[in-house]
Ligand binder design. Structure first.
Ligand code: HEM
Length: 326
């Protein structure tokens, strides 16, 4: 081999070795497949939030909300379809599981226009980019013995420390006593725009009016599934209330990294309205379509254009819907 041919060969080999196409592309299909695999490949369920309860209610905007956003949902009360859920793709997950996020998908419907938020019981998400999310799930896929490899998970966490912030946060807090007894964060930043065109950047938070956690002893006394019955009994007594609060960004707060917490205690907030969950709905009401937090937004509110984790949610939720509908 001549020197120049040898050089070309070496270059070609090293180009192949580092060529990104060799790594699996972190598209919505690959991520959803990895989500299903991490939970044991259950059929007919969501790739995340597989175990959950469908509910209904009303959102009533606060007097100042229209000053921040021209979305019609901030101008008058709207009916709500919502779903509480346990994180992950296993419908058999225990309601006692820790560190696992509880989820809340909320659709406010104003005639043809929906405003949908899909939020979790932690202020941060577990991955910063689609590539990192794909790997996050891949290292959690059970092996042939049906068990996850804790060493693999630990090594991934050590190499990607920002992916461990969510579990650290959850581990430092008690398991919620109720789906309605915990706060839920958007983790991603939204831009609210009012009728004058003034933008306000904020993360959103549903603040429970009745926060309660379980002590370790209380947790021991609970069965693996108690949230659905607890919620039914609670709603028979009256609505479960949440304030929707905007946590206002200050210069330097990242809008493209949902693993980074904003120092919430020192941020100004604005209450956008009150969500009253009033009753249980048949599962079919929530299962017929997906709660799409990207496509279902009216004028006056937009997700973060600079966060690749936001846009990818729409196709991922559609892939999951197509799989569970089959
Ligand atoms: C970044 C913030 C995110 C939050 C707070 C979040 C939260 C949630 C919640 C609460 C659910 C349950 C929805 C329901 O009850 O119907 C859900 C479902 C789902 N999430 Fe996310 N998620 C996030 C990002 C992502 C990303 C980046 C992906 C994948 C690229 C993803 C994939 C899914 C899928 C496939 C479902 C099932 C959808 C369905 O079948 O209807 N999520 N998510």
């Amino acid at each position: 081999m001549t020197t120049s041919r040898a050089m070309a060969w070496t270059l070609a080999v090293s180009a192949c070795l580092s060529w990104p196409a060799l790594a699996e592309e972190a598209d919505s299909g690959a991520i959803v497949a990895a989500q299903f695999a991490a939970g044991g490949n259950n059929q007919g369920v969501r790739a995340s939030g597989a175990k959950g309860v469908c509910v209904k209610g009303t959102f009533t905007p606060a007097p100042g909300a229209a000053g921040l956003s021209k979305a019609p949902h901030f101008a008058k009360p709207t009916p709500v379809t919502a779903r509480f859920s346990m994180g992950g793709s296993s419908p058999k997950i225990s309601d006692k599981a820790k560190p696992v996020t509880r989820g809340f998908a909320v659709r406010m419907s104003d005639g043809p226009s929906d405003m949908t938020f899909v939020v979790i019981s932690a202020p941060v998400f577990a991955a910063r980019t689609p590539e990192q999310l794909l790997e996050f799930f891949k290292v959690r896929a059970p092996g042939p013995d049906g068990k996850q490899d804790p060493e693999k998970i630990k090594a991934f966490g050590a190499q990607n420390p920002e992916t461990t912030r969510q579990s650290a946060w959850l581990n430092a807090r008690p398991v919620p006593a109720s789906f309605a007894g915990v706060d839920y964060w958007s983790v991603q930043a939204y831009t609210l725009t009012n009728a004058k065109g003034t933008p306000t950047v904020a993360r959103l938070k549903f603040v429970s009016a009745d926060k309660a956690g379980l002590s370790d002893d209380e947790l021991k006394g609970k069965p693996d599934s108690f949230y659905a019955d607890e919620l039914k009994a609670r709603l028979e007594q009256g609505p479960a209330r949440f304030d929707l609060v905007a946590i206002l960004a200050e210069p330097g707060d990242p809008t493209n990294d949902s693993t980074a917490n904003w120092p919430e205690e020192s941020r100004k907030t604005a209450t956008l309205g009150m969500l009253a969950i009033t009753g249980i709905e048949p599962n079919a009401t929530c299962d017929a379509r997906t709660f799409d937090p990207v496509a279902e937004l009216p004028e006056g509110i937009a997700g973060p254009a600079d966060d690749p984790m936001f846009a990818i949610r729409s196709p991922a939720y559609a892939v999951s819907l197509s799989k569970r509908a089959n």
